[in-house]
Design a protein around this ligand. Sequence first.
Ligand code: PLP
Length: 378
Amino acid sequence: MREMVNRVQEVIRLDINLSQLRRNIEIISGLLKREVKFMAVVKGNAYGHGLVPIAKALEEFGCHSLGVVRIIEAIALREAGIKIPIMMLAPIMPSQAAEAVMNELTIMLDNEATAYEVNKCAKGCNKVIQVHIKVNTGLNRFGIEPDKVLEFIKNIKDNCDNLEIEGIYTHFRDPEFNKSFTDTQIAIFNELLGMLEKEGFRPPLAHAAATGGILIYPEAHYNMIRCGILLYGEEYLKGKKILPEGVLPLTSFASRVIKINEVQTGQPIGYGDKHIASRKSRIAVIAGGYGDGVSRGWKNILIHGQKVPIVNYAMDCIEADITDVEGNVQEYDEAVLVGHQGSECITWEEACYGLNSEVDEQLQRITNRVPKNYYYEK
Ligand SMILES: *Cc1c(COP(=O)(O)O)cnc(C)c1O
């Protein structure tokens, strides 16, 4: 989990703009009613942006809580000194209860076995653990069926003195593309909340919206949102950006030309025969391969502010055809894999074209040997 931060000069790096992260939070918060709490989701190494530095920034920016899915992520955050609530968004195994209690995590619950085990551990060390009940409204992944929730809550209240039911929540299946399905999920959740209210068992927090819900279903903000990919400025709708004005990506994935070769017509470039020069060419070898998070199939790279085609891939480098670049490209010139250079830009979405992949998956692939350079704008 430890990030390599600026200890050595490296040929490839990920620049991460924390001023933009703060702006994104401010803009997204502006979409919410005042009482709505902001859970920032930092699972998956903060969507590839680096778990601990991003979490520390989010805590400083005033987020209410952090969401993760692996207990190892939550523990890394506590070890780094994060004090705000950390919620497990996926079920824990009963055998992980002690670890969860020790680190004072907020637990998602959808079964009795975990509830009893967490309660037992909490009692053992005289703590009260916050839990959020997960309800299945149609995603069919985790969660209790709506008609079983009241009974489940009563059972916890009766048998688990060391659990406090702080929240209840659900998760949408396809909020970006399927309005009728999402409306049905909201209706099911609302009906449940109404019933719990009437019976006097409604937990204080209710939440449903991740990025799609935040942007498209303000009626489903309740009193907390769980904001993931939007926080990082990276959500798209059928190729059309639906980000609120001013919410922008944080990253620039930058590398350098480390060698320039001249090849004749018919000569191969790089491993195998993936690319054979069809003309006399200038080829730049650029640091950055799938060992860094550059997927096979990325199409272009920016050099001298111009988009040039990548022609071959390896673990540690790629080759790009710079024959048509204006100006004299030299070794150690900067090359941008994703981000801006001059007036040109390659987005993470563009990096996904033709790959059957998505932005969050590509971001995940940035490996640990790429130093992350966090900065604030001056
Ligand atoms: C990942 C996740 C989120 C955040 O989703 P985004 O679409 O990235 O905002 C919210 N809630 C749950 C349960 C999740 O697993």
